[in-house]
Design a protein around this ligand. Sequence first.
Ligand code: DNO
Ligand code: MN
Length: 358
Amino acid sequence: MKNMGFRWYGAKDDAISLQDIRQIPGTTQVVGALFDIPVGEVWPNDEIAALKQEVTEAGLKLEVIESVNIHDDIKIGLPSRDQYIENYQQTIRNLSAYGIKVICYNFMPIFDWVRTDLHFPLADGSTDLAFQHQKVEGDPEDILRSVQDNSNGYILPGWEPERLAQLKELFAAYKDVDAQKLTENLKYFLDAIIPVCEECDVRMAMHPDDPPRPLFGLPRIYKNREDMLTIEQLHESPYNAFTICTGSLGENPANDVPAIIREFVAKDRAPFIHARNIKFMGTEGDFHESAHLSSAGSLDMYEIMKALYDTGFDGYIRPDHGRDIWGENGRPGYGLYDRALGISYLNGLWEAIEKGNK
Ligand code: DNO
Ligand code: MN
């Protein structure tokens, strides 16, 4: 399928090369970022230019950025947010000058996605990321440290040691921020940046909260269809859009992922898709991630791809996380082999659906 992408952490920090990515059949896009720029600062033109050039010279395209992260002061609603928002506007302008079309971001307080196991053993000897509720009861700091200790030395986004060291202060800063306040702060942010996006033709694509439920007492505001309708109305514009992450939304069995895709792709509010499968364990909504195949997990990937096809999806898509297989021992969730298998499978589903419809 057109615009199939692969997330890449950059030549310095990724064991996977652009050449490796180019050899995955049917892959045209790199989903990249400048990982060294501290959250809140303007992304410099020369560094964007260098990344763009590197990707282009490898025969690939760079049109999606994941993520330009949002400073906590914006999410908390502190007076200092205005400066951070101005910086964000400038980053959007800079990225647009290099042909960036979509910026994926999330609006989760303090943490990016959270898992309780980074090497959850599966029956076939592979390992994957998992989330078990019972393991998040307790001090977040202890939990995050024990998870981080088991991450092959990679630093998970939002879990950097300097942030973990400030965890208590961060939690204190969020003490008056409930879901309503967080939503108001999102509106303030969107009202300021969407006009710039319209001018620059760059679409903001908000990633769902993962897992899609309040965690450690922190609010979550993109968990399901109703939340999407709320967010959409905060600032009406095709530039205020969504990343639909099938795994994140699918982690709540009440979410009908193909139906969400049909609704939001049909009205052109979902320019970016993360495709992955998860497998529920027990009754609490605990899950481990799985191979992309429908039969390996709890989501019907055929129905997901069919929903995209039927609604005329022509945006960007990437496999999301993968298992650790064939002894790779890579960055948790972001190894080469299982994500490449995911791409082949997704492309296979797409070809079959497309030809079946001719
Ligand atoms: C989880 C992943 C996340 C995602 C960021 C976006 O499903 O896709 O790492 O990339 O939360 O900001
Ligand atoms: Mn995702």
